[in-house]
Design a protein around this ligand. Structure first.
Ligand code: BDR
Ligand code: CA
Length: 312
């Protein structure tokens, strides 16, 4: 089984990514690290603890990380994920689990350095925690197996500004550090592919037939406003499974087709901050640093996703 660490800003789709990872049975989750993003660090940690409680699996430790981007102010996404980050679901659930003492970036360093070549990082949030880990342990890239990052938009328009995807936009300085750190095995899962995996009412109906009732209720409740929001902007009654696709790509690589390119992030532009710039024609003459997800098997993804959630 693959050893993974999930880094999240839970988030409706982060939560579904966690559920996919656990339900798939395809990985050993060493821990979940949380970060400021869709909601505050505190709320993201709370939501993550609630999700692990809902799943009721064996204990998964949760580590709180950065409460702000490296240099910028937080930029929450309440309009998409709701005030609480998970669309009002689980609002009456008491939180009886606690985050661990260790900081998220310390946990990442400790695990990766003690198990060289064995750990996959799955990042579905602004990249602040990984950037902090790299600042403290620059040798980290030589010891990580693979890094999957939900983020960026290479041929697509953005989802927070006209050009930027949310995770990149919130902490572009952190993304730049990660992209230039010398990893040889980063897989980027951009909006270009996550917008092709749309959860709709047929998927919800299928889930209701096979999954535990409390899981079905949770997924329905948490995605209800998220879908409305997506419909307002895109005219389709559905919602994009951004973060679950990053998890699926890590556990079932055949679902995502990638091509290697040199990718950088804009950090000093009034209009384009957080934009991922993908050098398709190698005009900059740089060595490719990222495997960019270009096409996705969306039917394969949903089979995997629904089966995993039904196994919880
Ligand atoms: C990303 O932004 C967040 O709002 C989602 O959780 C996802 O990680 C999509 O752009
Ligand atoms: Ca997220």
């Amino acid at each position: 089984k693959r050893k993974v660490i999930l880094d999240v800003d839970t988030g409706i789709d982060d939560a579904l990514g966690i559920m996919l990872a656990v339900g798939s049975g395809d990985c050993d989750i060493l821990g979940i690290t949380t970060v400021n993003g869709n909601v505050s660090l505190q709320q993201a940690t709370r939501n993550t603890l609630k999700i692990t409680q809902l799943i009721e699996n064996e204990y998964i430790p949760v580590f709180a990380g950065a409460d702000r981007p490296l240099v910028r102010q937080p930029r929450f996404e309440h309009s998409v994920h709701g005030n609480d980050g998970i669309g009002g679901a689980l609002k009456d659930m008491p939180v009886y689990r606690q985050a661990e003492e260790m900081a998220a970036h310390q946990f990442i360093i400790q695990q990766v350095m003690s198990q060289p070549g064995e750990i996959t990082l799955i990042m579905t949030a602004p990249l602040t925690n990984l950037a902090l880990a790299l600042q403290e342990q620059p040798d980290l890239p030589n010891h990580v197996d693979r890094v999957f990052i939900m983020g960026g938009a290479v041929n697509e328009y953005g989802n927070i500004t006209p050009t930027a995807e949310y995770n990149m936009y919130v902490d572009p300085e952190a993304a730049k550090i990660v992209f230039k750190a010398g990893f040889s095995n980063i897989v980027l899962v951009p909006l270009d592919v996550t917008r092709r995996v749309l959860l709709d009412r047929n998927h919800l109906a299928a889930l209701a037939r096979t999954a535990r009732p409390d899981i079905t209720v949770y997924v329905h409740q948490s995605t209800s406003d998220y879908m409305k929001r997506y419909e307002q902007r895109n005219g389709v009654q559905a919602c994009a499974m951004h973060d679950p696709l990053a998890v699926a790509a890590a556990l079932r690589p055949e679902l995502l087709h990638t091509t290697s390119y040199y990718v950088d992030v804009e950090v000093s532009s009034e209009l384009c901050d957080g934009q991922t710039v993908c050098d398709f024609q190698n005009r900059l003459g740089q060595t490719p640093n990222i495997q960019v997800g270009m096409t996705v098997d969306h039917i394969g993804f949903f089979n995997y996703f629904l089966e995993a959630l039904s196994r919880l």
